[in-house]
Write a protein that binds this ligand. Sequence first.
Ligand code: GLN
Length: 305
Amino acid sequence: MIDYQQILDTIQEEMSYRDVKGKVASYIPELAKVDPKKFGLHLYRNEHEFYGFGDHEEKFSIQSISKVFTLSLAIRNLGTKVWERVHVEPSGNPFNSLMQLEQDRGIPRNPFINSGALVISDILVDVLDNPKKELLEFVRKITGEDHIDYDENVAQSELSSGYRNIALVNYMKALGNIKCDVEKIVDFYFYSCSIAMSCKSLAKAFMLYANKGAILHTGEQVLNPSTVKRLNALMQTCGFYDESGEFSFEVGLPGKSGVGGGIAAIHPQQYSVAVWSPVLNKKGNSELGMKALERLTTLTGLSVF
Ligand code: GLN
C-alpha cells in the first residue's frame, strides 16, 4: 500500500522555494504580482481519496493548462476534423514561437503551443454560440464547482499586452488557417487562459483524463476513451513545449503546464495531480512543480513508464 499522505508530506518538507532560480512570469503584467513563495499540491485517487498540502486550495491563473479543456471541447464538437487544422508533433520550440508556421503553411505543430491553441480557439468561436460561456460550463461540469470563473484582470492584462498571440493569429489568417475575426479569437483565447482554479479543482478536473473520459463525481462520460487516449498522448509528447522530453524523462506522466506556475498531470487509472509554484524555469514551466512531480513518481514508483 502506498502512503500518499506521507509521500506528499515528504515532498513538502524537501522542497523549498529558496532552491529555485527562475522568475515569476512578467510578460503578463497581472501575473508578475503573484507571490513567488506560493506552493501547493493536490492529488486525487478517486472521489473519496484525495490528499494535498500548502496552497492547494488557493486559486491561480491556469493559463496554458486551459489548452487541454479547449481541445477537449473542440473534439467533442468537431471530432477528428480538428486534426485537419493542427498537427500532433512536438514542436521543440518555445510555446509562443512563430518560427515553424511559415514552413508548415500555417498549420501549428500541436494544439498545446499558442499557435495550436489559437486555431482551436478559432474552431470554438466558429462552432459555438457563446464559446466563453460554454467553456466555463464545461469546466464547472467536470469539477462540479460553479464558483470557477474567468479572472477579468488577468484577461484584460493579456489583451493589452498580447502582441505575439495577435501576431500568430494574423499570420495564420494570412496563410489560410484562420476563419473567424481575429479580435474574437484572441479575446476567447485570453479569457480561456485567465480561468482561475486551485490545485484541488484542477486535479479534480483532470480525473477525467485519468478515468477514460468519465467525470469523477458523477461518472458521466463526457469524452470517449479513444479521445482521452489521444489527449493523453499529446500531453505526454507536447504538454511542456520544448521541455516535453525533459518532463517525460524526469516525471514520466502525461501533463500540461501553464505560465501561471501550475502543472496538472495524470496516471491513467491511478491518480490525477496538480501542483502550483509560480517561479518558472527558462522554458516557462514551474521549476518547483516539476521537481515535486519528479519526487512524486519516484516515491510512489508510479509513472507511466
Ligand atoms: N496566456 C499565455 C500566453 O498566451 C499562456 C502561455 C502559457 O501558459 N505557456 O502567452
